[in-house]
Design a protein around this ligand. Structure first.
Ligand code: ZN
Length: 424
């Protein structure tokens, strides 16, 4: 697509239409109350939250686009001055409330921008999103897929949110005399909290600003700011530290729960021993509690990490690419600590997709049947050992620090202009 037509989650000058996928901070950098650069397209939920996030924002700039709706934008080519028609369809990203993917179509072809997304095909919402995407595409190929590559590494394997929710509920139930603190951001993980509330028939305490967000999202009776009503409360992620949990434990027995797709561990300041460190912290877990929760990690200081993620895990990303078979893929998460180029793995997935041995052998018999198991259908990608895991740690000063044992230059393959992923 020609430059100067649309911007997605980018707020600098020079575009004729702007698209906001969702209201997480890393997608709104540059957006402010004073921002006036053009029409801003977003979901109805995002539209309802935006004026509260940026007080004084000119709401006349907001253009609401519903999930499943297609809008036609009549723009002008900055290069030739000729009219350009861009069609855009909003697809549910199943990330935080209001999160959308945008599918663009025009003379430039088909471009899908996922924003942050969870492709959890066990859920009805993702199934519906899949049907919508395929219906709009009508057999056409996506020319460029801009994709949430947060967990685009085979090391990132975690269950659907429904399973992780049950794990959180189990931890709470098994600590009947403890207060519980759960770390959340300023948007997202609402369904986790609502399901805890329903399962245990309790209210969830949140901080005042978060309560206002909950009310804007339509949750009326689940949340409270009253400490005396409940032993379960959500706290801002930035304040979830081992020091905080230690301090709370001096007053009352307290369990901390971090819902996240990333593994969390104490900061040892020794990058080379991080994996050992993680293992040693895991060893403190009670075998009784954790034997049925392979993804749950109990860390020191009464803190648990439960893999409740609003981003797709690696196998879901692989499924997504398998369904869409785009001509080109580009990762949208480019921060220094976690950038993982999808092509590093999905040039291999592409080979896997074209490898028919999984579906039928030369004899015409299914390879799966022949082997008596599904092991013959494993993807053909090779995982480099040094890529095994990315770490997130809590520093002793209480700040979140993300670390990797590798210099950044060794992470991912560099994107070259000619390095395209064939969909053949
Ligand atoms: Zn997000």
């Amino acid at each position: 697509m020609e430059k100067g037509l649309v911007s997605i989650d980018r707020w600098n000058e020079g575009s004729q239409a702007y698209f906001l996928t969702h209201l997480h901070d890393d997608h709104t950098a540059g957006l402010s109350a004073a921002w006036r650069r053009g029409p801003l397209f977003c979901s109805p939920v995002t539209a309802s939250l935006l004026p509260f996030r940026f007080r004084g924002f000119d709401v006349s700039l907001i253009r609401v686009i519903e999930v499943g709706a297609t809008r036609a934008l009549d723009l002008v080519s900055p290069a030739s001055g000729a009219p350009v028609r861009v069609l855009v369809t909003a697809i549910d990203a199943h990330h935080c409330p209001g999160a959308l993917m945008y599918l663009f179509h025009g003379t430039f072809g088909w471009v899908l921008y996922t924003g942050d997304f969870r492709w959890e095909l066990s859920s009805e919402r993702s199934q519906l999103a899949k049907r919508m995407l395929l219906d709009v595409l009508q057999g056409n190929t996506i020319d460029v897929l801009y994709m949430d590559n947060t967990y685009c590494n085979p090391s990132f394997s975690f269950p659907p949110r429904e399973v992780a929710t049950k794990q959180v509920i189990d931890i709470i139930v098994m600590h009947p005399d403890h207060d519980i603190v759960i770390a959340i951001g300023n948007l997202g993980k609402e369904e986790l909290l609502v399901n805890i509330s329903k399962a245990l028939n309790i209210k969830i305490r949140v901080w005042p600003e978060r309560l206002r967000t909950m009310h804007l999202l339509g949750y009326k009776d689940v949340f409270t700011t009253n400490t005396s009503l409940t032993r379960v409360r959500a706290i801002p992620r930035y304040s979830f530290t081992f020091e905080t949990i230690d301090g709370l434990n001096q007053m009352r027995p307290t369990i901390g729960i971090m819902p996240s797709g990333l593994p969390w561990l104490l900061d040892t300041s020794k990058n080379t021993t991080l994996y050992t460190s993680l293992k040693s912290h895991q060893s403190e877990a009670s075998p009784d509690l954790l034997q049925d929760m392979p993804h749950v990690r109990k860390l020191k200081h009464n803190a648990y990490c439960v893999p409740y993620s609003e981003h797709s895990c690696f196998s879901e990303i692989a499924q997504f690419i398998k369904v869409l078979q785009p001509s080109n893929i580009s990762g949208i998460v480019s921060s220094t600590y976690i950038y993982i180029n999808p092509r590093y793995y999905f040039s291999r997935v592409d080979r896997y997709l074209s490898d028919k041995s999984c579906e039928s052998s030369k004899s015409g018999k299914s390879e799966v049947d022949k082997m008596g198991s599904s092991s013959g259908c494993k993807p053909s990608w090779q995982v480099r050992k040094e890529w095994k895991i990315k770490y997130v740690s809590l520093t002793s000063s209480g700040h979140v620090r993300r670390v990797s044992g590798l210099p950044r230059a060794r992470r991912g393959a560099k994107i070259e202009a000619s390095d395209s992923v064939s969909s053949s």
